[in-house]
Ligand binder design. Structure first.
Ligand code: TNX
Length: 529
C-alpha cells in the first residue's frame, strides 16, 4: 500500500505542471463565501471555525477507511463528483495517513449522536474528515461536502474556481429514519434512465427511499413471469393516460434500478396497488373479473371503479405470484400493497382481501406497507401506513398508531409533488390544493394528524403522480423546489424549522440546478441566485 502512495505522489508531482497553470491560486471565487449551515437539509449542529478553511487542490487525495469496501465506494463516488469541475486527479486511497491534503472518509470515531445514518464532518486547513458508523452516513456526509463547495462544483466542465470549504465541525443525523419520494410509472411510464436521473437528484438531499407505483388502472409496469400478459398487454402500446406512455420494467431493468439506487444509499420500495386501481390487470386477464368478462383498457384519469374479485381463489393466486416474484427481486424490507380508493370493493370485502394478503407479504419476508386505508383491516403491528389525507384527523390511523403501527406522512395538500404550485402551473392536478414552496415546507410531520405523534412517525414521503407528466423535465419541474422542502422536514430537527432560513438556502441551490440542467419552478417566494 505504501508503494502505491509513493507512486501516486510521484504521479501527482508529474501531473502538477500540467494542472497548475490552468488553476491560478489567485482565481477569485465566483460565488460568495459559503457557511457551514448553507446546506439542505440544514444540519443538526454546525460550529464554524474561520481558521480552518480548506482548499481542495491538485494535491488533494481522498482517503477511505482501510478494509471497508463500502467506504471506498463512497470515496470513489465523491471523486467522480468532484473531478469534472476541479480537473484534479483526486485519487482514492484505502490507506493510513498521508502527508498530503486529504478528504478522509472514516468508519467510527464520530460523535455518538450520529447513529446509523448520520455523520460528523470536520474541516481544518489540512483537510476534511468525515466520520460515520456506516457507509450510508459517510455518503450523507459527502452530500453535505458537495453543498459546502461553490456551486461550480456541479459543472460538467473544468472551472477556474477556488474550491474552498468553510472550516469547522458539523454533527448531523436525521430526525426520521425514512425520507422518501415516489414515482408513478403506471399513468405514464418512466424509463430506467429517468428513474436513475431522479435517484441522483434525490440522493443529494439525503432522501433514502424511492417508492415506485408500478401498477394502476392504466398500466402494469413490472414483469411478472407467471402472468406474462400483465406487461406485454397491460404495459404495451396504447397504455398510459390518453393512450400515451406505454412501457414496463423487465426484471433486469428493475434490478438495475435497485442496484443504482442502492449505490446511492436509496432503497427501492415496489408498490402493487390492490384491490382497486387494477383495471390494467383485469382488462388483460378476463378470468380476474367476477363475471369473467374483461373490461376495456382505460386511459382516462378516473379512480375508484375497479376491484379484484374478492371471493375468487384465482385472485389470491395472482396476488401470491406477484408478491413472491417481486419480493425475490427486492432486497429492501418493504413491499407496498396500495389499498387506496377501493371504492368498488365493499368494506367487508376489503377487510377479507387485506386479511388474506397481509400475511402473504410476511410469508415472502417483507414488511407490509400500504396507503392509510389498510389500517381499516387491522393489520399486524409491523405494517406501515402511508397517510395521504388532506385533513388533520383520521381515527383509524390514530388507533393504529396507538397499537404501535408506524406511519409515513404524505399529506396530499402539503407533500404531493403533482399538485400545481398555483392556478397557472401548466402541469399537475389541484384536487388537494395548490402547493407553493412555503406550503410544502410549512407543516410538521409529528403534529399533522391528531394522535400520530413523533414516535409513531417513521418518516415523510413526497409522491409524484404522473397523470399529467411525461418527461424527466416534467418530473423535475414539479419536484423542484418542493422536494428539498420535504427532505428538510424529514431530516432536520423541528427546532431548526425556519422559513426565512430555508428560502435563502433554497435560493442558493439554483446555480447548482442550472449546472445540473434541472428544470425547476422559479417560485416567486424564493430569493433565487
Ligand atoms: C389520489 S393518493 C390517488 C392517486 C392519484 C392521485 C393524484 C392516492 C393514494 N391515490 O390514484 O394519482 O390522487 O393526485
Amino acid at each position: 500500500m505504501r508503494r502505491t502512495v509513493t507512486r501516486l505522489l510521484a504521479m501527482t508531482a508529474l501531473a502538477l505542471p500540467l494542472i497548475l497553470p490552468a488553476t491560478p491560486a489567485t482565481a477569485a471565487p465566483t460565488t460568495p463565501a459559503r457557511q457551514l449551515a448553507d446546506v439542505i437539509p440544514v444540519p443538526v449542529e454546525t460550529r464554524p471555525d474561520a481558521r480552518g478553511t480548506f482548499q481542495i487542490s491538485p494535491l488533494t487525495v481522498i482517503r477511505t477507511a482501510p478494509g471497508s469496501v463500502d467506504a471506498w465506494q463512497v470515496g470513489r463516488q465523491l471523486a467522480e463528483t468532484l473531478r469534472p469541475a476541479t480537473g484534479y486527479p483526486l485519487p482514492v486511497l484505502p490507506v493510513r495517513a498521508t502527508p498530503l491534503p486529504e478528504i478522509a472518509l472514516l468508519i467510527g470515531g464520530a460523535d455518538s449522536r450520529v447513529g446509523q445514518q448520520g455523520y460528523q464532518l470536520d474541516v481544518t486547513r489540512r483537510g476534511v474528515t468525515i466520520r460515520a458508523n456506516t457507509s450510508a452516513g459517510l455518503f450523507a456526509g459527502t452530500q453535505t461536502l458537495r453543498q459546502l463547495l461553490p456551486a461550480d462544483i456541479e459543472s460538467p466542465q473544468r472551472q477556474r474556481t477556488t474550491w474552498t470549504v468553510p472550516g469547522g465541525r458539523i454533527v448531523d443525523y436525521p430526525r426520521f429514519a425514512y425520507r422518501g419520494a415516489m414515482l408513478d410509472l403506471a399513468r405514464h411510464f418512466h424509463t430506467v434512465d429517468e428513474i436513475t436521473a431522479y435517484v441522483d437528484l434525490l440522493s443529494q438531499y439525503k432522501i433514502n427511499y424511492l417508492h415506485l407505483h408500478l401498477t394502476d388502472d392504466q398500466g402494469w409496469r413490472i414483469q411478472i413471469d407467471s402472468w406474462p400478459r400483465l406487461t406485454t398487454v397491460g404495459g404495451g402500446p396504447g397504455t398510459g393516460v390518453d393512450g400515451v406512455g406505454p412501457g414496463y420494467l423487465t426484471k433486469a431493468d428493475y434490478k438495475a434500478v435497485v442496484a443504482y439506487a442502492a449505490a446511492r444509499h436509496i432503497t427501492i420500495i415496489p408498490e402493487i396497488d390492490m384491490p382497486g386501481h387494477t383495471n390494467a390487470a383485469q382488462s388483460t386477464y378476463p378470468e380476474l373479473n367476477c363475471d369473467g368478462v374483461a373490461p376495456p383498457p382505460r386511459t382516462d384519469t378516473a379512480v375508484g371503479y375497479s376491484s379484484l374479485c374478492i371471493n375468487d381463489e384465482l385472485t389470491y393466486r395472482l396476488v401470491e405470484d406477484v408478491i413472491r416474484e417481486l419480493a425475490a427481486i427486492t432486497p429492501g424490507p418493504f413491499l407496498h400493497i396500495g389499498g387506496d380508493e377501493a371504492h368498488a370493493t365493499t368494506d367487508e370485502d376489503y377487510r377479507t382481501f387485506m386479511q388474506r394478503v397481509l400475511p402473504l407479504v410476511s410469508k415472502y419476508g417483507k414488511r407490509a406497507y400500504g396507503w392509510n386505508e389498510i389500517m381499516q383491516a387491522d393489520p399486524p403491528a409491523d405494517a406501515v401506513a402511508q397517510f395521504w389525507g388532506t385533513g388533520t384527523t383520521n381515527t383509524d390511523l390514530a388507533e393504529a398508531a396507538a397499537r404501535g403501527n408506524k406511519v409515513i406522512m404524505s399529506p396530499a395538500n402539503k407533500a404531493y409533488l403533482d399538485m400545481k404550485y398555483d392556478r397557472n402551473t401548466r402541469l399537475g392536478l389541484s384536487w388537494a390544493a395548490y402547493i407553493e414552496v412555503s406550503d410544502a415546507y410549512g407543516w410538521d410531520p409529528a403534529t399533522r394528524v391528531a394522535g400520530v405523534g413523533e414516535n409513531a412517525v417513521l418518516g415523510v414521503e413526497a409522491p409524484l403522480w404522473s397523470e399529467t407528466l411525461r418527461s424527466l423535465d416534467d418530473i423535475e419541474y414539479m419536484a423542484f423546489p418542493r422536494l428539498p422542502a420535504i427532505a428538510e422536514l424529514g431530516w432536520s430537527t423541528a427546532a431548526s424549522h425556519n422559513w426565512e432560513s430555508f428560502r435563502t438556502r433554497l435560493g442558493q441551490q439554483a446555480p447548482r440546478w442550472r449546472l445540473q440542467q434541472v428544470d425547476f419552478y422559479p417560485s416567486p417566494q424564493v430569493p433565487w441566485r
